[in-house]
Design a protein around this ligand. Structure first.
Ligand code: CP3
Length: 359
C-alpha cells in the first residue's frame, strides 16, 4: 500500500495517513475526514472469505494467524479502509474456558453445555486462559506485519455481559431470557462471573494492544436487552474495570452497544474513549448526549443490500451530521452493526468512495 502525498483540506488540515486519522479521531485531534472501517468487514459477503471457508472450518480459520491475516486483508485490498480488524470471534473466550461452541449454518452459535452454577467458575484460571488465547495476539502481530505502519489496526473482545449471556443461554437468542432471569435469581454468581471475565479481558485486550492493535473494541451486542438499572448494576462495572486498567497503560478503547439508546447517559461513564452507536439513533442526537466522546457509527447495515445510489445519499447525510460536529471532531465512520452476509460489494465500494470525497 503506497503512501499518499500530503494535501491541504478545506480547513487546512493536512491529508492524514489512515492510521493517524483513526488515532486523531480517538484523541480529539483535527481530522481531514472521518476514518472509515466497518464492523465485520471481513466475512461471508466476500468471495475470498468464502473460498477460505470452503477449505477450513471456522475455528481452524480463527486459530491460524496466516488465514486470519488473509481474511482481514481482503477488505483492505478491495476497498481501502483506514483500518483493519483482526479476524477472530468474541466466542473464543467461552471456547478457551472449555465450552464447546458450534456454528450451525444460519442459526448462530450453540454451546453444548451452558454455564449453570457458581461452582463451574472455580475451574477458570486467568493465566492458563491467556496462554490458550495467545493465538489471537499472534494473529494481531501477523496482521500488523502484512498491513505495515500506515494503516490502523483494531483488536476486540466481547463485553462481559454479552459473553455471559451466550454462556448462560447456550445459544444466540433474541431475548436471552434465561440469562436475564439469572441476573436476578443468582446475582452473586452473575457479578462474580462478569468480574472474572473483566480480568480475563484486561489481559486479553492488553496482549492485543502489545501485539500492534491501535485500539480495542468491546462488543456489547446484547447490552440493549437490559434496562438502564440492570445495565448500571451488572454490565457497566466490569466494563469500567477493563477501561480503567487499559487506560493505565495508555491503551484506547471503543464500546459498541447494540440497541443502547436508553443507555447513552450511562455509557458516558463507561471509561472508554469512544462509543459505537447502533443505526437506530440519529447521529446528531447522540452527539448532543455524548459531547465529550468519540462517536462511531452508524449507517444502517441493511442499506448495503440496496443500491449504490441509495448508499451514496445516506452516506452523505451521515457525513453532513459528522461535519456539523466541529468538522468531524471525534467521529469515526462505520455501520450501526455488523455487515450482513447478503451485502452487495458495489454498495460497499459506493460507501467508501463517498467517505473518501469528504472534506
Ligand atoms: O471483520 C471483522 O469484523 C472481524 C470478524 C468478527 C467475527 N465475529 C467473525 C465471524 C467479529 C468482529 C465478530 C464479533 C462477534 N461475534 C460478535 C459481536 C458483533 C455483533 O455482530 O454483534 C458476536 C455477537 C459474535 C458471535 C457470533 N459469531 C455469531 C452470532 C456468529 C454467527 C452468525 C453471524 O453473525 O455471522 C458468529 C460466527 C462468525 N464470526 C462468522 C464470522 C465471519 C461467520 C462464520 C461463518 O459461517 O463463516
Amino acid at each position: 500500500m503506497t503512501k499518499r502525498p500530503g494535501k491541504l483540506g478545506t480547513l487546512g488540515v493536512m491529508k492524514l495517513s489512515p492510521r493517524l486519522r483513526l488515532l486523531h479521531a480517538l484523541e480529539g485531534k483535527p481530522l481531514d475526514r472521518p476514518p472509515l472501517w466497518l464492523m465485520r468487514q471481513a466475512g461471508r459477503y466476500l468471495p475470498g472469505y468464502q473460498s477460505i471457508r470452503a477449505q477450513h472450518s471456522f475455528w481452524e480459520l480463527c486459530h491460524s494467524p496466516q488465514l486470519c491475516t488473509q481474511a482481514a486483508m481482503e477488505p483492505m485490498e478491495r476497498f481501502g479502509f483506514d483500518a483493519a480488524i483482526v479476524f477472530s470471534d468474541i466466542l473464543v473466550i467461552p471456547q478457551a474456558l472449555g465450552m464447546q461452541v458450534h456454528f450451525d449454518g444460519h442459526e448462530g452459535p450453540k454451546m453444548a453445555q451452558p454455564l449453570r452454577e457458581a461452582s463451574q467458575l472455580q475451574t477458570w484460571n486467568a493465566a492458563k486462559l491467556l496462554e490458550a488465547l495467545s493465538f489471537v495476539p499472534e494473529a494481531v502481530r501477523h496482521l500488523r506485519g502484512a498491513l505495515g505502519e500506515e494503516y490502523g489496526l483494531l483488536g476486540f473482545g466481547g463485553a462481559p455481559w454479552t459473553l455471559l449471556a451466550y454462556m448462560l443461554e447456550g445459544h444466540a437468542d433474541k431475548n436471552f431470557a434465561v440469562a436475564r432471569a439469572m441476573l436476578h435469581t443468582q446475582p452473586e454468581f452473575a457479578h462474580r462471573a462478569m468480574d472474572m471475565l473483566a480480568d480475563i479481558l484486561i489481559g486479553y485486550l492488553e496482549a492485543q494492544c502489545a501485539a500492534g492493535a491501535d485500539v480495542v473494541q468491546l462488543f456489547d451486542s446484547w447490552g440493549g436487552l437490559l434496562g438502564a438499572e440492570d445495565y448500571a448494576r451488572f454490565a457497566l462495572p466490569p466494563i469500567q474495570k477493563i477501561a480503567k486498567a487499559l487506560r493505565a497503560n495508555n491503551r484506547r478503547l471503543l464500546l459498541f452497544v447494540r440497541d443502547g439508546q436508553h443507555l447513552l447517559p450511562l455509557l458516558a461513564e463507561c471509561g472508554c474513549h469512544g462509543i459505537s452507536l447502533d443505526w437506530r439513533i440519529p447521529f446528531h442526537q447522540a452527539a448532543t448526549q455524548l459531547p465529550q466522546h468519540c462517536l462511531q457509527g452508524n449507517l444502517d447495515p441493511a442499506l448495503l443490500l440496496s443500491t449504490p445510489s441509495v448508499v451514496r445519499e445516506e452516506t452523505r447525510k451521515l457525513l453532513a451530521a459528522m461535519k456539523a460536529r466541529n468538522h468531524y471532531h471525534r467521529c469515526i465512520f462505520n455501520l450501526g452493526h455488523g455487515i450482513f452476509p447478503q451485502t452487495k460489494t458495489e454498495c460497499v465500494s459506493a460507501l467508501c468512495e463517498e467517505v473518501a470525497l469528504a472534506d
